[in-house]
Design a protein around this ligand. Structure first.
Ligand code: MV4
Length: 458
């Protein structure tokens, strides 16, 4: 087993990795920017290294900073968390060259799946359902128009280097195509340095459902079921749950099996997430693979009792998965609310000092956070300050448990999204499980039109 792991991240996920390391008897190295010198991840790590100024580009996004910190402290491995360089094939490659284990898939797999058009092709070949679309990048307007006509409108233009909703454009009529293609290519070039885009048939009001997988270095792959992630705004998830009310046991077994086969086909190792759209007819369509641990992994941990971060570490040091697909069981229902430091009405960031912080415990409650009383929420980083995760015997109990937990949470000094979460939890469509990626949009529209929408309710 590794003796020492460097955590190339900050905030709650850095603490989450420290939890796993402590339970496994592994020493930890925290890295931190000048804005984070009082952070809990620094306090609870065995060693710490300051890697630069507050700005991420000069600290948490610096490959040389991570590598030199690992070399100075003699770390055997780097856990990248999520965000920052967690899906950087380059970081994984430099780690390999420096004989430091990168806790994630191989550089080649990260590169393959990071190219959304290549990933789509690989998944199609492996038998995963994909939407009708272009076989690869489309350069010319003529080719795009021909493909779009065959697909039928609406279509969506996606950046090959995009993902997570960045660099997408929906086209509803042939007249919009030419200009949109050029703009999409230009924007992709500016944002990612790669201007390639591809086309897909557009699905209206789908659900967003993702499957968690784990693969070891001996060819074993298992899935841990799905997460329902449809409640999001501007591609930022607000609330996730497992299992999804829209997925039957039969669907789970079928798509889970397909995803496991596909992961094996691309020699996927470590933890990964296969994202899908689910349309109103029950059809799944592949979107992309995330090659990192996800923010919402705790809902899966609650219903399967698998510690995903510990498994990531064990896999990276070459251990075999200790359980088989048949050993994976799904127990009860879990919900996560991402508590953000933001105005619940306008969504404007609300950084500052948290003067009082208290979250109740009790049965079935888990809080993953870096926050505490008198801590600072920096304007330099993501606004997520805590994840509140609950587990109940069924969805109804989980909803009630989440509601009482949020009601008994104290966060003074900054605005948070908790009032918005409470509105979602009281929404009749949410309670009935009528979800789609348009769920949050509808709030805003209803508010503007003056009707009693969720923004006014509660
Ligand atoms: C789509 C789509 C509809 N049709 N692709 C957004 C994130 C990125 N992974 C892909 N995304 C979408 N791709 C087709 N062909 C709708 C979305 C989408 C979405 C997907 C998941 C979660 C939230 C979303 C919000 C808006 C659009």
């Amino acid at each position: 087993m590794f003796k020492k792991i460097l955590i190339a991240n900050r905030g709650e996920i850095a603490l989450r990795v420290i939890c796993a390391c402590r339970e496994l008897g592994i020493k930890t190295v925290a890295v931190y920017s000048e804005a984070d010198d009082n952070s809990l991840h620094v306090r609870f790590a065995d060693e710490d290294v300051c890697i630069g100024p507050a700005r991420s580009s000069e600290s948490y996004l610096s490959v040389p900073a991570f590598i030199s910190a690992a070399e100075i402290t003699g770390a055997d491995a780097i856990h990248p968390g999520y965000g920052f360089l967690s899906e950087s094939a380059y970081l994984a490659e430099v780690c390999e060259a420096c004989h430091i284990k990168f806790i994630g898939p191989s550089p080649n797999v990260i590169r393959l799946l990071g190219d959304k058009a290549r990933a789509r092709r690989a998944m199609k070949k492996a038998g995963v359902p994909v939407l009708p679309g272009s076989d690869g990048p489309v350069e010319s307007e003529e080719k795009a128009a021909r493909i779009a006509r065959d697909l039928g409108y609406p279509i969506i233009i996606k950046a090959v280097a995009g993902g997570g909703g960045r660099g997408m454009r929906v086209i509803r009529a042939p007249g919009e195509l030419g200009k949109a293609l050029k703009t999409a290519q230009r924007e992709a070039e500016a944002a990612f340095g790669v201007g390639d885009v591809y086309l897909e048939k557009y699905v209206e009001h789908p659900r967003h459902i993702e499957f968690q997988v784990l693969g070891d270095h001996h060819g074993a792959v298992v899935h841990l079921g799905e997460r329902e992630c449809s409640i999001q705004r501007r591609h930022q998830k607000l609330l996730e749950e497992a299992p999804s009310m829209a997925v039957t046991e039969k669907m789970r077994r079928k798509l889970g099996g397909t995803v496991v086969d596909a992961a094996r086909a691309v020699q996927y190792t470590n933890a990964g997430t296969f994202e899908f759209l689910l349309d109103d007819k029950g059809n799944f369509y592949f979107l992309e693979v995330n090659t990192r641990v996800q923010v919402e992994h705790p809902v899966t941990e609650f219903i399967t009792a698998v510690d995903i971060v510990k498994e990531q570490i064990r896999i990276a040091c070459g251990e075999r998965l200790s359980f088989k697909q048949g050993d994976v069981t799904f127990n009860g229902h879990s919900i996560e609310c991402r508590v953000n430091a933001e105005d619940p009405e306008t969504f404007a960031p609300s950084p500052g000092i948290i003067h009082a912080f208290s979250v109740p415990g009790g049965p079935g409650v888990r809080v993953d956070t870096f926050a505490h009383s008198e801590c600072t929420v920096s304007p330099y980083y993501d606004s997520m300050i805590a994840k509140i995760i609950v587990h109940g015997r069924d969805r109804q109990e989980a909803i009630a448990r989440m509601r009482r937990t949020l009601e008994m949470t104290v966060i003074d000094g900054i605005k948070t999204s908790i009032p918005l979460h409470l509105k979602i939890l009281a929404d009749p469509d949410f309670i009935a499980g009528r979800l789609s990626t348009s769920f949050m949009e509808r709030y805003v529209v209803e508010k503007k039109s003056g009707r009693t929408g969720l923004a006014e309710a509660v």
